[in-house]
Unconditional design. Structure first.
Length: 435
């Protein structure tokens, strides 16, 4: 605190001496955007202490029907809570609206009004989108103090009841074929299943995908995501072949059956694998240095990595020679780097010839590396090739990192087609009134 006061005092003193050059006071919050103030309009700056400013919320009961959804709430503002705002969102979205700044931004986006009074049994209605059945939601309040500071968040979670489906909709499945890069599966609905869809994920990643996409797309549950990303809906027996998959990988296929009213039945989880490639011998990689090119003021080096027929997968990189010849890297550092898993890099595991394009600077010494492992997961020798990029007549517009990054390329969507945006705005249009 003393440090902050001293800093402000120093700033004020400087402003007095340099009024012609310093005319703004800027406050930079931990989250959100900087807020600037014209110094000539600032009367004073002071610090104070405010107690907990929150509007504690309790869900008394709920009702969900075709004629409208209603929540009955008790809301109790604390003594230092001058006002509050309220919204209802999917639990997945609430899990990312964890700071007052992020929640305030969302409340601004849905035009959530201010409330000042306490409620013992208020009705909350007017939801723009009906609640999905069998889904998790959250009620969020954001309290403000008398200085209009977004302060504490109060939250209560609830689950909507599932809608009964007609009969017992289900889909049988059988994996009929697989190669190193494809899986073929046949789906057959039963008589109670009016329609179905399905979606493929790398094994164990569906929940992670849900956590990533649900806040953006407004998915209320995993079935919502499967329906959206499955894209196509089928009504009879259908055989699907996924292509462009990774060799030796296990995949989860989620199947969503629906009844005649499009009501979700329980998800069905099918599993399948692609075949491994390679052999039991020594896995090696040949490295060929290609052209050095420029584009939009940036420079790129082409390097081709060609594995032998024993390689199951390989991993590739380039590094500036100066960086390689340090205690941090060297051969041991490169081996540790390439042998480590990197699930967030879509280029990390290569399964065939890799025509890589790396960011690189002109007139710079680099070393290209690659290492492969065979079908038994045994690593082969580390391949390396030193090279020097040619000089260019123009100045370099950027500084490439010591460890080369690939030039961005268009990535293939594992779901097959781009998902359609369909965000739910549960908070817009909410009416809160005592009954």
């Amino acid at each position: 605190m003393k440090k902050i006061i001293a800093t402000l005092a120093l700033c004020t003193s400087i402003a007095g001496l340099q009024a012609q050059t310093i005319n703004r006071m800027v406050i930079v919050p931990q989250a959100g955007y900087p807020q600037g103030y014209a110094i000539n309009n600032v009367d004073s700056v002071f610090f104070t202490t405010v107690g907990r400013a929150a509007a504690d919320v309790t869900l008394n009961k709920s009702s969900f029907s075709a004629t409208g959804d209603t929540l009955w709430l008790a809301i109790t503002p604390t003594a230092d809570c001058a006002k509050y705002r309220i919204t209802t969102v999917t639990k997945a979205r609430a899990d990312v609206l964890t700071s007052p700044a992020s929640l305030e931004s969302y409340l601004d986006n849905v035009n959530a009004p201010d409330y000042y009074q306490a409620f013992t049994n208020a009705q909350m209605t007017g939801f723009e989108t009906p609640f999905a059945a069998g889904a998790d939601y959250s009620i969020l309040t954001l309290g403000y103090d008398k200085y209009n500071t977004p302060s504490e968040i109060s939250r209560v979670d609830f689950t909507t009841p599932s809608t009964p489906y007609l009969g017992n909709p289900s889909v049988s499945w059988v994996a009929t074929d697989s190669t190193t890069t494809t899986i073929t599966m046949t789906f057959t609905p039963n008589s109670d299943c009016a329609s179905y869809t399905f979606c493929l994920f790398e094994e164990g990643t569906a929940e992670q995908q849900f956590e990533q996409w649900a806040p953006m797309f407004g998915f209320a549950n995993l079935s919502d995501m499967i329906k959206q990303f499955g894209y196509n809906v089928y009504t009879s027996t259908y055989t699907n072949t996924w292509t462009g998959l990774a060799p030796g990988k296990r995949y989860d296929i989620y199947i969503l059956p629906m009844d005649a009213n499009d009501v979700y039945a329980p998800l069905i989880l099918a599993k399948a694998s692609t075949k491994k490639q390679g052999g039991e011998g020594i896995a090696t990689v040949d490295i060929t240095i290609g052209d050095f090119k420029s584009s939009d003021g940036s420079y790129y080096q082409e390097v081709t990595y060609t594995p032998n027929d024993q390689a199951s997968l390989h991993r590739d990189m380039i590094i500036a020679a100066d960086a390689y010849n340090t205690a941090e890297w060297g051969e041991a550092g490169v081996l540790a780097y390439l042998k480590g898993d990197n699930p967030y890099d879509p280029y990390w595991n290569q399964y065939g010839v890799d025509n890589a394009t790396w960011n690189a600077d002109p007139s710079t010494n680099y070393i290209a590396f690659s290492i492969a492992k065979n079908i038994n997961d045994e690593w082969g020798p580390l391949a390396m090739k030193e090279f020097t990029t040619p000089a260019t007549p123009s100045a370099v517009a950027h500084k490439a990192p010591a460890l080369g990054n690939r030039k961005p390329t268009t990535e293939v969507n594992v779901f097959g087609k781009a998902p359609r945006f369909n965000a739910r705005k549960m908070g817009h249009g909410i009416i809160l009134e005592q009954k």
